[in-house]
Design a protein around this ligand. Structure first.
Ligand code: GAR
Length: 204
């Protein structure tokens, strides 16, 4: 029998604080149209896996390094997604590039959280702390986070949600990163997931 919620896979690589925000917001009722069914990490050491385990969510590791080619890596991801009937992929701090052959299989079914206001500080090479270093060295006074659909252009898909955050005097990349996470990422990612799941349910 088909479930009345969109089955979500969350792709992670590291600490997984955005995954935690999704888990918490699913519990508190912000996310009601979707269900986190699977967590996939390319990194066996990712603390995000502990978070999945503690929350009782099924998880899998697909180490990119152990795959001879991008194709092999993506074949393994596809297999897991199909096996688990996944309908929406959320990239939450996933630090691997996905090829066009992968992204084109899931049009408007992959979303990503990026720690800046796109189109600033995004694209190739802009990930994690690098984004905040670039924002500080440019001297912007406002930064933030963006949730967008994923297509073949890195950070180039349609924007779903954005939230601005002030840069303060004396900010280090780490301090700014934390402020952007707390005041933007952990808020808009769950909201965007709910919004997209609602849309997908209407199309089902
Ligand atoms: C987050 O700041 C996320 O926006 C960023 O990596 C961090 C992961 O933290 N993602 C990117 O830079 C993708 N381009 P988390 O593992 O604690 O969620």
């Amino acid at each position: 029998m088909s479930d009345d919620k969109i089955k979500i896979a969350v792709f992670v690589s590291g600490g997984g604080t955005n995954l935690q925000a999704l888990i918490d917001k699913q519990k508190s009722g912000v996310i009601t149209s979707g269900k986190i069914s699977l967590v996939i990490s390319n990194n066996p050491e990712a603390y995000a896996l502990e978070r999945a385990k503690k929350a009782g969510i099924k998880y899998a590791v697909v180490p990119r390094k152990e795959c001879a080619t991008q194709q092999e890596f993506e074949d393994k991801l596809n297999e897991l997604l199909t096996e688990n009937n996944i309908e929406l992929i959320v990239l939450a701090g996933f630090m691997c590039i996905l090829s066009e052959s992968f992204t084109s299989k899931y049009p408007k079914r992959i979303i990503n959280i990026h720690p800046s206001l796109i189109p600033s500080f995004c694209g190739k090479g802009y990930y994690g702390l690098n984004v905040h270093k670039a924002a500080l060295s440019y001297g912007v006074k406002i930064t933030g986070a963006t949730v967008h659909y994923v297509n073949e252009i890195p950070d180039g898909g349609e924007i779903i949600m954005q939230k601005a955050v002030a840069v303060e005097d004396g900010d280090t990349p780490e301090v700014l990163q934390k402020r952007v996470m707390v005041n933007a990422e952990w808020i808009i990612l769950p909201q965007a997931v709910e919004k997209v799941c609602k849309l997908l349910l209407m199309c089902n």
